[in-house]
Every structure is written in structure tokens, then in C-alpha cells.
Design a protein around this ligand. Structure first.
Ligand SMILES: Nc1nc2c(ncn2[C@@H]2O[C@H](COP(=O)(O)OP(=O)(O)O)[C@@H](O)[C@H]2O)c(=O)[nH]1
Ligand SMILES: [Mg+2]
Length: 365
């Protein structure tokens, strides 16, 4: 189903450095994966998951296929972008198509790299970008409110619902607040998402710090952490420079380098995982001698829809799922042992798939 994360931020904050590191690492890891088409600013990235390696080891799977996320490097966001400055409308269209936003903030001091406003102040930068995005949303909401009036007068039920949501967004945005602060009822969730408001998307702040602060952050990233917490958004601390260097090393060199820098894992792994959490995504696995594979679903997905991620036929002809929890699979040492121990469950259409489930689907064709 393809989850997309848009990388935004002011110019010169390290977006492209980060994007290139992400995709280069992914390309290196993915040498034996067939789908790694990478457009200049769109990259497919494997989601790191040690559980998958563990399952493959137990099942002696020939191939390991991680699940993937897409990152888009969105350039051209500057003050005035909502009025068409910078790349203007083109970048706005790019952002609308994403599921979440990774907002890169410059938290490093470096006299050689010009800051557009001549100072390092990530909280102020965040506000500049957020303001542009809110203005862009406000404009699109106003346009749509105008376009919809005739249908509303005609009594079109869908249009009436849409107008109600647009008005709620309009009130919030006019108040200088992002659309994500609108409380949306469950039954409106779908229509709300269809509005594709940029400031309704969840945000992950990415604090780009200098190399020496990669492990512990600095005073700038601390301010961002405070802001993110107050807003209910997430944040990660990363050094794009370090990630760039790491992306050029092989696995063994990477491990040594990380230890030297006092880091437990590459920042990119943390970033990808944070994106995964932000989007409320979960993973289930299919495991056999041929391949061990991870699949992405949203939290709260039922078994037939989870099966549908593999193939539409699996969902349409769904009969049942044979399921083993990850911990059972690992502690008992594989599928047949789990089955003997009575840990392989037969689950029907109403089963809520859990993160880490090892699944086998039975279906009619
Ligand atoms: N010192 C330092 N420079 C960085 C860091 N990240 C990016 N840069 C530099 O900042 C400049 C702009 O980076 P770029 O990734 O092109 O920024 P973008 O405009 O946001 O895409 C480049 O010269 C990078 O080498 C960092 O962590 N530390
Ligand atoms: Mg760039």
C-alpha cells in the first residue's frame, strides 16, 4: 500500500543530504531486491526490523524481503511559498500526496553554510514553514468552500458533510492553528483525509545537529523537543553529515563507526522507525523456506484486509488465517514446533492482526 513521507524544511537545513543518505543506504541494502526504482527525489527505503532476520534464521529462508517506506525530498519551501514563491504550487502538490511530514530543522552551527535568515533558530524556522503550510491550506479550503456551495444548496449529502469539515478546518486555520488540531469523529475520518490538508498530516521533526551532538543532541534540539512535546508531535535527533558518511560504509565498518560515535544504531533506522510509529503502522510476517517477508498494515487492520496487502484475491476469497505470535514462533523454534505446542491459531474474518504476527492465509480462488 505504499506509505509516503515527505521531507520538508527551509533551504540549506540538510534535507537532500539526509534524503541521499537514506536512499544510498537503502540502495546498498537492497542490491538483491527487485523494486528499487528511485526517481531523483523519490526513494524507497527498507524498514529495518531485526525480527525479520530472526524469523528467516529459524525458517532458513533463502530470501529476506523487508517492508518498505517511500521518502520524497520536497524542495522549494520558503517564506512566501503559499503565494507561489520558490517552487510554490508544485511543492504543495507533492506534499499533499504524502501520509506524513518529516520536517528537517537546522540545529547545527556552521558559518560556511548560509542560513536563509542568518541565524540558527529551529523553533522560529518551524513556525515559518508551518505558517506557509497553514496559508496554503487556508487558501485551498476557501476555494473549495466556494466551489461546493451549489451542491450544498442542492442538498447533496456528501457535499453537506464536506462543507461541515471544511468549515471546521477554516475556523482552526483562521485562528492560526494547524488543521491537525481539529477533532474529527471516526465516521468523518475518511472524508477528512480526502481533503488532503497539509497541516492535518502528522509531523516528525528531524533535528539535524552537528556530528559531535549526534548521540545526545544540543541546546537547539532540546528546544525542538520541547516544542514537539507541547504540540503532540514526534522528534528525532540526527546528524545528516554522519548519516551521509555511514551510508558509504559496509556493514562491518558501519558498526565500528557507530560505536566510535557512541551511537547504538544509525539515525536513519531511528528515523524510519519513528515514521512508522507516527503513521500508526504495524508489521506482520509471512515466513517459509523460500522467503521471509514483512508486510505493512495500519493498526487495527482485520485479517482479510491484511491479506489483501499481499494480493486482492487473498482478501476476496479469504477463508481463515493460521497465526503464530512472533514470541511463540521464536521461543518454540519455528512453525511445526509452535503448531505442536498448540500455538498456531486458526483465525477468522474478525481477527485483528497484531504487530509481529506470523501469518498464513487460506483462501478460495
Ligand atoms: N556542518 C554541517 N553541514 C551540513 C549538515 N547537513 C547538511 N549540511 C550542509 O548544508 C548544505 C545544505 O545541505 P542540503 O542537504 O543540500 O540542504 P537542503 O537545501 O535542505 O536540501 C550542504 O552544504 C551540506 O553539506 C550537517 O549536519 N552539518
Ligand atoms: Mg535540497
Amino acid at each position: 500500500m505504499g506509505f509516503r513521507m515527505g521531507i520538508v524544511g527551509l533551504p540549506n537545513v540538510g534535507k537532500s543530504t539526509l534524503f541521499n543518505a537514506l536512499t544510498r543506504t537503502a540502495a546498498a541494502q537492497a542490491a538483491n531486491f527487485p523494486f528499487c526504482t528511485i526517481e531523483p527525489n523519490v526513494g524507497d527505503v527498507a524498514v529495518p526490523d531485526p525480527r525479520l532476520d530472526k524469523l528467516a534464521e529459524i525458517a532458513k529462508s533463502k530470501q529476506i524481503i523487508p517492508t518498505r517506506m517511500t521518502f520524497v525530498d520536497i524542495a522549494g519551501l520558503v517564506k512566501g511559498a503559499s503565494k507561489g514563491e520558490g517552487l510554490g504550487n508544485q511543492f504543495l502538490a507533492n506534499i499533499r500526496e504524502t501520509d506524513a511530514i518529516a520536517h528537517v530543522l537546522r540545529c547545527f552551527e556552521d558559518g560556511d553554510v548560509v542560513h536563509v535568515d542568518g541565524r540558527v533558530d529551529p523553533v522560529a524556522d518551524a513556525q515559518v514553514i508551518e505558517t506557509e503550510l497553514m496559508l496554503a491550506d487556508l487558501e485551498s479550503v476557501e476555494k473549495r468552500l466556494q466551489n461546493i456551495t451549489r451542491k450544498v444548496r442542492g442538498g447533496d449529502k456528501e457535499a453537506v458533510d464536506q462543507e461541515r469539515l471544511l468549515k471546521a478546518a477554516h475556523a482552526m486555520l483562521s485562528d492560526g492553528k494547524p488543521a491537525r488540531m481539529v477533532e474529527v469523529a471516526d465516521e468523518d475520518a475518511k472524508a477528512w483525509k480526502m481533503l488532503q490538508l497539509i497541516t492535518a498530516k502528522p509531523v516528525l521533526y528531524v533535528c539535524n545537529v552537528e556530528e559531535a551532538s549526534a548521540a545526545s543532541g544540543n541546546e537547539h534540539s532540546a528546544q525542538v523537543a520541547e516544542m514537539a512535546a507541547a504540540e503532540g508531535n514526534a522528534h528525532v535527533v540526527i546528524s545528516a553529515r554522519i548519516e551521509e558518511e555511514i551510508s558509504q560504509l559496509d556493514a562491518e565498518e558501519q558498526a565500528m563507526f557507530l560505536e566510535e560515535m557512541g551511537l547504538e544504531e544509525a539515525g536513519l533506522d531511528r528515523l524510519i522507525r519513528a515514521g512508522y510509529e507516527l503513521l500508526h503502522l504495524e508489521t506482520y510476517f509471512t515466513v517459509g523456506p523460500k522467503e521471509a517477508r514483512a508486510w505493512t498494515i495500519r493498526q487495527g487492520t482485520l485479517a482479510p484486509q491484511a491479506a489483501g496487502v499481499i494480493h486482492g484475491d487473498f482478501e476476496r476469497g479469504f477463508i481463515r488465517a493460521e497465526t503464530i505470535a512472533y514470541d511463540d514462533y521464536v521461543s518454540l523454534g519455528g512453525e511445526s514446533a509452535a503448531k505442536e505446542a498448540g500455538k498456531m491459531r486458526a483465525e477468522g474474518k474478525g481477527y485483528l492482526v497484531k504487530d509481529g504476527d506470523v501469518m498464513h492465509f487460506l483462501f478460495n480462488t
